[in-house]
Design a protein around this ligand. Structure first.
Ligand code: NAP
Length: 300
């Protein structure tokens, strides 16, 4: 129930209509406020999570308004993840290395920003008892999500991180940005034509391109003949969550590799943000289930 004391959380983007965050955050808030299955009441929280369509040119005035309205925190999606950074009084080390903020919280001096995509990306990988220091990560794409993936692979301590892209200029700029950062990361960059000779060395193969999602469903970023060279022990991770599975993950399963989709990353980045705002544990299962339901996926 919305009351006179309800506190605001939300997501800003332009457009924002496609965002699944309101579904999962409000499901979590409702679950925290409902009784446990054993009938034990939990401490109540009085929050609501709303979508805010904010045009790029209105970002500064919007976040001043949010401060005046005592908004407690918000997520950001396209096109605000980089543009918000100069408007914050503090930016976490992880957000600085990724070069993007997806979660903003109140501080004594204004707004602080962090990036929970890295923790979200890493969460499903923590289930595998790999000695990451011996492992080779191969990342397809060099856009925004690839930055969170590189930061995650660096946190795991991967022995080698290879990034594949279409444009040599963008690849070189991508590589340079990691060398120039506070905590430099050694990233090797390659054009797509080199993937065939690399794939057999991949222990972790991550798709960060939109190839495989609408309108490119039924397409994989990697040809069948190239995927056949993949080691069956590899982890193949597609950041896409619809369709589920993607063609890329179908190829991986055929090869006997471990296939991970992007839904858990989405859930875990949201859970990490909500936990930061509420400063208490959050019902991750409820968040996951609410997304599966809205996406029309079978009960998980
Ligand atoms: P982005 O910044 O636009 O980057 C996309 C990257 O893919 C760029 O490097 C782009 O190359 C490359 N690319 C695009 N089309 C391609 C094609 N046809 N063939 C080869 N490469 C292509 O987008 P993003 O924000 O990183 O998002 C990428 C994907 O990750 C999306 O599918 C998104 O839904 C998903 N994602 C999932 C989560 C999650 O929580 N699961 C979180 C973030 C993102 P150029 O630079 O050469 O154009």
């Amino acid at each position: 129930m919305i009351t006179g004391k309800t506190k605001l959380l939300g997501v800003i983007g332009y457009p924002v209509e496609h965002s699944l965050s309101p579904v999962m955050h409000n499901a979590a808030i409702e679950a925290i406020n409902s009784e446990n299955s054993d009938g034990k009441p939990q401490p109540k929280i009085d929050y609501v999570y709303l979508p805010f369509p904010i045009k790029p040119e209105d970002l500064k005035v919007a976040i001043s308004g949010f401060a005046a309205m005592d908004v407690r925190g918000f997520n950001l999606t396209i096109p605000h993840k980089q543009a918000i950074m100069p408007l914050l009084s503090e930016v976490s080390a992880v957000a600085r290395s990724v070069g993007a903020v997806n979660t903003v919280f109140r501080t004594e001096n204004g707004w602080g920003g962090t990036n929970t995509d890295v923790v979200g990306f890493l969460a499903p990988l923590r289930n595998y008892n790999f000695n990451w220091r011996e492992k080779v990560a191969v990342i397809l794409g060099n856009g925004g999500a690839a930055r969170a993936v590189v930061a995650g692979c660096a946190q795991l301590g991967c022995a080698e991180i290879h990034v594949f892209g279409r444009s040599e200029d963008k690849l070189n700029a991508f590589q340079k940005s990691w060398l120039d950062s506070d905590k430099p990361v050694s990233v090797r960059v390659h054009t797509w034509s080199e993937i065939s000779s690399f794939i057999s060395r991949a222990d972790l193969l991550v798709n960060t391109t939109p190839v495989g999602m609408s309108p490119l469903v039924d397409v994989s970023p990697v040809d069948d003949a190239v995927m056949e060279k993949l080691s069956p022990g590899a982890i193949v991770y597609d950041l896409i969550y619809v369709p589920n599975p993607t063609e890329f993950l179908r190829q991986a399963a055929t090869r006997g590799a471990i296939a991970l989709d992007g839904l858990e990353m989405l859930v875990q980045q949201g859970a990490a943000a909500l936990q930061l705002w509420l400063q208490q544990p959050v019902p991750v299962d409820v968040m996951r289930q609410s997304l599966r339901q809205v996406l029309g996926l079978e009960e998980g």
